[in-house]
Write a protein that binds this ligand. Structure first.
Ligand SMILES: Cc1cc2nc3c(=O)[nH]c(=O)nc-3n(C[C@H](O)[C@H](O)[C@H](O)COP(=O)(O)O)c2cc1C
Length: 204
């Protein structure tokens, strides 16, 4: 049973969450887990100027995804930073190349799940995830979120991401906040939960 964690990250928050999601998936017996990043679209000079080029070195070793990588997955867990309350353009561009898979019903019945990050606490994490779900439904995927059995999402004693829609992290106004242990634990839960469901569906 194969789980693919497909993400885009500019400054590393989503990458850190993706590693935690993958870790959770690996806890499920028989799960083969692969991390992939979607292709960058921003010109090198712009990345250099914003400091993203340096940040992206931390995950330069993660292979770049092709849409055909999705074909043999039982579950795909997507990670995207929030851009104006939506997924980022790099992820949109990647998904917009799945037309051929859509036409062949290739992704129908696979498990799909989404996690995100944003700079501010109420900056659109929920809309990013739920609007992403629309695309997954068009592709025929079975959407899995982060159920309230993951009780860390109800914490009130510290600021935290995480909602029934999926794991998330808050990067802070200047992007300097790293995913907290609470947020990483929810990411691991989501990875484990998706893999458990995919395993049941695969009947293995
Ligand atoms: C064009 C643009 C739009 C953004 N829109 C939002 C937004 O709507 N809400 C928010 O809180 N943060 C927003 N951000 C901040 C990103 O979500 C943040 O940089 C990202 O989650 C960090 O993840 P990363 O380190 O994996 O790139 C935006 C950033 C950019 C560059």
């Amino acid at each position: 049973m194969k789980v693919k964690v497909v993400f885009y990250s500019m400054y590393g928050h989503i990458y850190r969450m993706a590693e935690a999601v993958a870790e959770g998936s690996r806890e499920v017996d028989g799960a083969k887990v692969e991390l992939l990043q979607v292709p960058e679209l921003v010109p090198d000079a712009v990345l250099e100027k914003s400091g993203a080029k340096k940040a992206r070195q931390a995950f330069a070793h993660i292979p770049v995804a092709k849409v055909t990588d999705l074909v043999d997955a039982d579950a795909i867990i997507f990670g995207t930073p929030t851009r104006f309350g939506n997924m980022c353009a790099q992820m949109r561009n990647f998904l917009d190349q799945t037309g051929g898979l859509w036409a062949q019903n290739t992704l129908v019945g696979k498990v799909g799940s989404v996690f995100t990050s944003s700079n501010t606490q109420h900056g659109g994490q929920e809309t990013t995830i739920t609007s992403f779900h629309t695309t997954l439904l068009h592709l025929g995927m079975i959407i899995v979120g982060l159920p309230y059995s993951e009780t860390r999402q109800t914490r009130m004693d510290e600021i935290t991401g995480g909602s029934p829609y999926g794991a998330s992290t808050i990067a802070g106004g200047d992007g300097s906040r790293l995913p907290s242990e609470n947020e990483l634990a929810m990411a691991r839960f989501q990875g484990r939960h998706v893999a458990t469901i995919a395993k049941k569906l695969a009947g293995v």
